[in-house]
Design a protein around this ligand. Structure first.
Ligand SMILES: *Cc1c(COP(=O)(O)O)cnc(C)c1O
Length: 814
């Protein structure tokens, strides 16, 4: 896009205040972290439920952004930048997308439904791309924000659009309809996802159908319930596996690891072979076939292309690579839009200085090759990529546009050269079109560990952070606890994300945890709660800040600061108010004050204490007494020292139960990781960690057969069982075995049989449809760590932090 700002002001009908309304805008952004933000970007400062992008405007201005859509102009920037002032910045983004969409006239496929939207979109893109220049929603951008951003990606060269629309409650679809304006509609299905947002199923159906208000045709599974709600003016094109009156009739047959579909349409009858056997995939394929038939594809082309369909992986995954590399695996797509997203993601992973990109030919940008690869080269430069490996005939022709580049004609050529390339201590983004099979490159680079992974959802973590933040006064600071390897979730990636959220402090238990974060480039101040005296020197060397809780520690620390010739070194004073763990007692305070007053070597940054039972909802007496003691002592210290210091007392439960004890800062721990100590609060949090593994082997037990050590399970009937390679050495408590606990296999509970072994456990899958190699869930949305903790009489903290370091952590964003 390239529009004068004036045209956007007119389209939005809003007030303008600023310096230059003739400036040309070529991109729109809502993400303050994007490194594509520049002087020709228009930044929409969106307000979320718990989050307001207005806080990033000053920083963006310093980085060169000149134009902003806001509902309030920051005082200090008046007359220095361009401001479009609106009441609602999200609505303005949607209005702009609506205006922009209307500038283009080509067929647009709009997809909604409870499941399968993204897969149908990706498959259609694959099936139709040989014949069209397609613009589609990147990833699962289907929300009130994602849809407008997808639409704004359209350029002059596109001639077909495929966009998905997702809603969670009423009155959302109208908005998406006016932005997408689909000419061809697809309704995948209506299931129970997001049910809580609707009063009943009919309300949900009505809302979804609004997407097709102006469509020339609607493709759907023939279904009387839905048809009853349809506006008679909409033409339908239906399929069925049961009802021969549908426009297209399918008969399916599963043969080994693929399926044969017999298609009857008009007088025509023909067969296609599909490399899937599960119901959901077959339905998705049927929607795609109907779209092809509607677009008048012939039988041969349909057969040929459908046979090539592949599993869709929508997430960007971060994995550990060999030789201390970090991999960002995006090996399933390669369009210009998703390249931008992936490069921004790479930029945020600052763990390594070196950044490497392995990239294939890019398809369907709508641009000429010359222009496309020039733009890609600009992106690569602005993201400070250290070196580039180009794979593919086309991209190789343009390799001179890139710096520090090696080019290969094919994936095979790259793999043959692999042993001669040196990879170490770098972040590697692997970004390739499906046909290049970059998963082969990923598996070469991947660290070889066993098949159990703890997946960490970074979006959920952000969500939880903002949830707690929204409970606080705007002036209250936040310390996030990332001790114990981020409560088992991984420290660097989480610290990095928290730094983006402008967290004020990070808290860890021991010096080496802090050192690891500093070495990886985390700049947020870090408090060390258990600074052993032997680590004082490295604490100072890495600029970490110790918590001081005793005179012995204070004296030793002062001595080392003095030796190093430093002054005003930041420290934190811990007060004991009843926990009776670490801290100065009330009777020590006069002496403490006199020592602190006399020295210039250290400066008290904060003063803290810790609740003993802030999660006790029955009795608040003890916590209230702790608040009173802390208030009294900390006030006294503040007064005597005569400079400003930050006071903090609350942990997660404290934030929820004692808002009066916010003081100047809070220390958020378990809540960040999606676990609340309070049932009524739990529903507001999102699940962060999911521990997964796979089935290694399946066997059938006869009556009387026994399982595992000491033969603690004995089959009383014929039993199908599965072995899963995860055991107590991975952190799964043995108390969860012997019929107490279960894993989830294909959505169903599989009880654990017998005792859990060191590296394995066995489960009962008698009534579950599953195969060797299938995924199993140990905890996540179900069972939750809270469920497990309750059943084995411990607390979720212990479950999370017990997951051993040998379990690979994989981080992803949706
Ligand atoms: C771990 C810890 C916290 C965080 O506690 P949560 O209950 O996980 O929120 C806060 N303060 C101190 C001193 C801690 O050790």
């Amino acid at each position: 896009m390239a529009l004068p700002l004036q045209q956007i002001v007119n389209a939005l009908g809003c007030d303008f205040s600023g310096i230059d309304v003739s400036i040309l805008i070529d991109s729109v952004s809502i993400d303050s972290r994007s490194h594509q933000n520049n002087s020709s970007t228009l930044f929409f400062a969106i307000k979320g439920l718990h989050h307001d992008a207005h806080q990033y405007i000053n920083q963006l201005f310093e980085e060169g952004v000149q134009s902003f859509v806001v509902n309030q102009i920051p005082e200090n920037l008046k007359g220095k930048a361009n401001f479009l002032v609106v009441n609602d910045t999200l609505k303005a983004l949607q209005d702009f997308a609506t205006y922009y969409r209307a500038l283009f006239h080509f067929p647009v496929i709009g997809i909604t439904g409870s499941n399968g939207k993204t897969i149908v979109k990706e498959w259609l893109n694959f099936l139709l791309s040989p014949d069209y220049n397609i613009i589609r929603s990147p990833k699962s951008y289907n929300s009130q924000v994602g849809v407008p951003l997808s639409i704004i990606g359209i350029n002059e060269k596109h001639n077909l659009g495929i966009f998905e629309a997702g809603i969670s409650t009423v009155n959302e679809m109208q908005n998406l309809q006016r932005i997408i304006k689909p000419t061809i509609g697809i309704l995948t299905n209506i299931g129970s996802a997001h049910d809580e947002g609707f009063s009943d199923i009919s309300q949900k159906i009505k809302e979804k159908l609004k997407l097709f208000a102006d469509a020339e045709v609607l493709i759907l599974n023939k279904n009387k319930t839905i048809e009853a709600f349809l506006n008679k003016a909409i033409k339908t094109f239906t399929w069925s596996t049961l009802d021969r009156t549908a426009d297209v009739f399918f008969q399916k047959k599963v043969v080994g690891n693929h399926s044969d579909l017999n298609i009857t349409f008009n007088q025509l009858s023909f067969k296609v072979r599909i490399p899937f056997t599960d119901e959901a995939s077959l339905e998705n394929v049927m929607h795609c076939i109907l779209t092809m038939l509607y677009l008048k594809y012939d039988q041969d082309t349909i057969q040929e292309r459908v046979a090539e369909l592949y599993p869709v992986e929508m997430r960007l995954k971060v994995k550990n690579g060999m030789y201390n590399c970090t991999l960002i695996d995006d090996s399933y797509s390669s369009d210009f839009q998703s390249l931008k997203i992936a490069l921004d993601f790479l930029q945020h992973q600052r763990q390594h200085k070196k950044r490497t990109l392995i990239i294939s030919d890019i398809f369907q940008s709508g641009l000429s090759d010359e222009e496309l690869y020039s733009r890609i080269s600009q992106l690569i430069i602005s993201h400070k990529i250290t070196r580039v490996f180009c794979v593919g005939v086309t991209i190789s022709n343009f390799k001179n546009k890139f710096i520090n580049t090696t080019a290969y004609k094919s994936t095979n050529d790259f793999i043959n050269a692999f042993d001669s390339i040196d990879f170490s201590d770098e972040t590697i983004l692997i970004k390739g079109a499906r046909t290049f099979e970059f998963e082969r490159i990923v598996s070469l680079l991947e660290e070889k560990t066993h098949e159990t992974v703890l997946e960490i959802n970074l979006n959920a973590l952000s969500y939880n952070y903002n949830y707690y933040k929204s409970k606080l006064k705007p002036s209250t600071k936040m310390m996030a606890m990332v001790k114990a390897f981020g409560y088992g979730s991984g420290s660097f990636e989480i610290a990095k994300l928290l730094a983006h959220h402008k967290v004020d402090y990070l808290g860890v238990a021991f010096a080496d945890e802090g050192i690891e974060l500093k070495k990886a480039g985390i700049e947020v101040p870090i408090m060390i709660m258990n600074p052993e005296m032997t680590t004082f020197r490295s604490i100072i060397q890495y600029g970490l800040e110790p918590e001081i809780y005793s005179f012995r520690g204070l004296k030793a620390f002062l001595k080392i600061v003095e030796e190093k010739g430093l002054e005003n070194y930041p420290i934190h004073i811990k007060i004991n108010t009843g926990m009776n763990r670490l801290g100065f007692d009330e009777e020590n305070i006069p002496e403490l004050i006199s020592v602190l007053k006399k020295t210039k070597l250290v400066k008290v940054k904060t003063i803290l204490s810790h609740f003993a039972e802030s999660d006790n909802e029955e009795d608040s007496k003890f916590s209230k007494s702790q608040i009173a003691v802390f208030d009294r002592i900390s006030t006294q210290i503040c007064n005597e020292l005569n400079y400003k210091l930050i006071r903090h007392l609350c942990n997660s439960s404290g934030i929820s139960n004692y808002p009066e004890a916010e003081f100047d800062m809070v220390r958020l721990g378990i809540g960040l990781y999606g676990v609340s100590n309070h049932e009524n609060e739990q529903k507001f949090l999102e699940t962060v960690g999911t521990l997964k593994s796979v089935i290694s082997q399946i066997r059938t037990l006869k009556i009387g057969d026994t399982v595992g050590y000491n033969r603690r399970f004995k089959a009383e009937k014929s039993t199908k069982m599965a072995v899963v390679p995860v055991g107590y050495a991975d952190g799964i408590s043995r108390k969860w075995g012997r019929g107490v606990g279960y894993l989830l296999v294909n959505g169903q509970k599989a009880p654990i049989l017998g005792s859990i072994c060191m590296d394995m456990l066995m489960i009962d899958v008698t009534d579950i449809n599953c195969a060797e190699g299938n995924e199993v869930i140990i905890f996540g949305k179900e069972p939750t760590v809270i469920d497990i903790a309750k059943a084995i009489d411990t607390i979720p903290y212990e479950i999370l932090t017990s997951i051993s370091r040998r379990v690979k952590r994989e981080f992803y964003r949706e």
